[in-house]
Design a protein around this ligand. Structure first.
Ligand SMILES: [Zn+2]
Length: 263
């Protein structure tokens, strides 16, 4: 049987000003500049039978990002809301029955409550790490819980708990869509989403890598990771497995694929 094919649409759901150090292994860069990055979700539309899938849900509110996590300015616009963006594809929030969360950081798991009909596919190790993060309270950014927002985690545990589907390891969640666990890379339970586009495999990375050229092509780890060796191995594997590599904070990727992938 032929594998199901999907079209991938990048959705910008917010914007943030962050230190460029997040792109490059902390101790090995002298670049102290700031960059403006998109906060993204991804819409997967089947090219045939089946329901659309959303990957990630953006952040809760801009002010909270700055106050709780000690980060720079965050912005939203009405036209960046998930409701508006799904609307452009003829979809309502209630039409989304599956949301895959790459990881549970505030800028990926902040908008889950909007999806009353969705199940949320999360790696068990990620929910565990997010609920009880191993983090120093002395770090200046990250809010003492390394970018997990307790409000998001509390929401998933209750009232959204009956919608949560925990997985462990690599799982095909729909024909042509596979969640692949990359333990202890950007977070303990980060997962990438492998999408069969019919024209190669697109890999939605979450934040396992932030910048394709630096992190994947040049193999320089990004600024935030748990295990350096796991991160090196992830960069190598992603480079091998992916025909289209889609990190979540890179405006170049948005520009390149704004009208959908494959083109
Ligand atoms: Zn992120």
């Amino acid at each position: 049987m032929e594998k199901s094919k999907w079209k991938v649409y990048p959705l910008v759901v917010g914007e943030a000003e962050v230190g460029k150090v997040l792109d490059v292994f902390w101790s090995l860069t002298k670049d102290n500049s700031k960059v403006t990055v998109p906060i993204m979700a991804w819409l997967l539309i089947p090219q045939g039978e089946g329901d659309p899938i959303l990957v990630d849900t953006g952040f809760r509110d801009a002010q909270r990002c700055e106050e709780v996590h000690g980060l720079g300015p965050h912005r939203t616009k009405p036209e960046w809301s998930l409701e508006e963006q799904l609307g452009k594809h003829g979809l309502a929030l209630e039409d989304i029955k599956t949301v895959i969360l790459t990881h549970l950081h505030y800028d990926h798991a902040g908008g889950c409550a909007q999806f009353s009909n969705a199940k949320f596919i999360i790696q068990r190790s990620e929910l565990q790490a997010a609920a009880a993060p191993l983090a120093s309270s002395f770090l200046e950014i990250g809010g003492g819980s390394l970018f997990y927002d307790r409000k998001d985690i509390a929401e998933l545990i209750d009232p959204l708990w009956t919608q949560v589907e925990l997985i462990e390891g690599d799982v095909e969640v729909a024909p042509g869509i596979q969640c692949v666990l990359y333990s202890n890379t950007h977070t303990p339970g980060s997962q990438a989403v492998y999408v069969n586009t019919g024209n190669g495999t697109a890999i939605i990375l979450g934040d396992i890598a932030r910048n394709v050229e630096l992190n994947v092509n040049q193999g320089i780890p990004p600024g935030l990771f748990y295990d350096l060796e796991a991160t090196y191995r992830a960069m190598n594997r992603i480079k091998k497995d992916g025909d289209f590599i889609l990190p979540s904070h890179d405006y170049e990727v948005v520009k390149e694929y704004q009208s959908g992938l494959p083109k």
